[in-house]
Design a protein around this ligand. Structure first.
Ligand code: NAD
Length: 255
């Protein structure tokens, strides 16, 4: 039987690393992609030491030519990509009226355009093979207004809408495209917002200047919580699920 190959972006740390680890533990071969080449090499080496089939490919998802070259290289070296996880992302916080042009462009070019570049390159190949699954890691901020997150939320809403439209177009080829929308998750991105502790406290309690609502389950997610949702949507267990947005936020924006 042919081995399953997944390409995971943002794999150097946080949610992307947790997805890479979980998929590899489940027997999937993983092409781990990130623009932070140094951290990616460390992460992949660590996972390989544990016997996991992970190969690193440094690339920046904002460059369409780099993404096209990357996917070609991955398929030449490892074989056809069956699963794509778009987890690379950036967060620039600030009131909308103070965001710079650079804040806006940097956010949209990774979180929205990067998802477009990767999905286009991989799905074009999946269509020829008439099989595949895509999961985009967006955010619950895409659907619920939050202070200081205008650029981020707009980029995640774009990525969510793009992934659902793509899912409609490629459903007849047997390709499923879904979205996982995490809430606050304990990763370097969240820690970068404040100190780890204050970010977690603010998330859980729902401080109104930062968050619209708190987290009913009373804790921020671990990267592994999000990774399990991603792995489920990629798997045959989700074989009849496409164009779905699965929120993993402890109930913060649900109900
Ligand atoms: P993180 O900052 O820990 O990891 C993001 C990774 O993306 C980093 O390794 C970074 O180097 C990589 N990356 C950034 N720009 C890139 C580019 N142009 N090309 C390739 N790689 C690039 O963040 P995380 O919390 O693990 O976030 C993973 C995803 O989950 C992101 O899309 C993020 O927006 C989303 N998310 C995170 C949270 C949270 O609370 N942590 C909540 C909702 C959604």
């Amino acid at each position: 039987m042919q081995e399953t190959l997944a390409l995971v972006t943002g794999a150097a740390g946080g949610i992307g690393e947790a997805v890479t680890r979980l998929l590899a533990e489940q027997g999937t071969t993983v092409a781990a992609v990130d623009r932070d080449a140094e951290r990616l090499t460390e992460t992949a080496a660590l996972l390989r030491k544990e016997g996991l089939a992970v190969t690193e490919f440094a690339a920046d998802v904002t460059s369409s030519s780099a993404v096209e070259r990357l996917v070609e290289e991955v398929e030449t070296r490892l074989g056809p990509v069956h699963q794509l996880v778009n987890a690379a992302g950036v967060l620039r916080l600030g009131p909308a009226h103070t965001l710079t042009d650079e804040d806006w462009t940097a956010t949209l070019s990774v979180n929205a355009t990067g998802v477009f570049h990767m999905s286009r390159a991989v799905v074009a190949r999946m269509i020829r093979r008439r099989t595949g699954a895509v999961v985009t890691v967006a955010s619950n901020a895409a659907g619920t207004a939050r202070a200081e997150m205008a650029a981020y939320a707009a980029s995640k809403a774009a990525a969510t809408a793009f992934t659902k439209c793509l899912g409609l177009e490629v459903a007849s080829y047997g390709i499923r495209c879904n979205v996982v929308a995490p809430g606050s998750t304990d990763t370097p991105m969240l820690r970068g917002m404040h100190t780890a502790e204050t970010a977690a406290q603010a998330s859980v309690a729902g401080r109104p200047d930062q968050y619209r609502v708190g987290i009913p389950l009373g804790k921020v997610a671990l990267p592994e919580d999000v990774a399990r949702a991603v792995a489920f949507l990629l798997s045959d267990d989700a074989g009849h699920i496409t164009m779905h947005e699965l929120t993993v936020d402890g109930g913060a924006t649900l109900g």
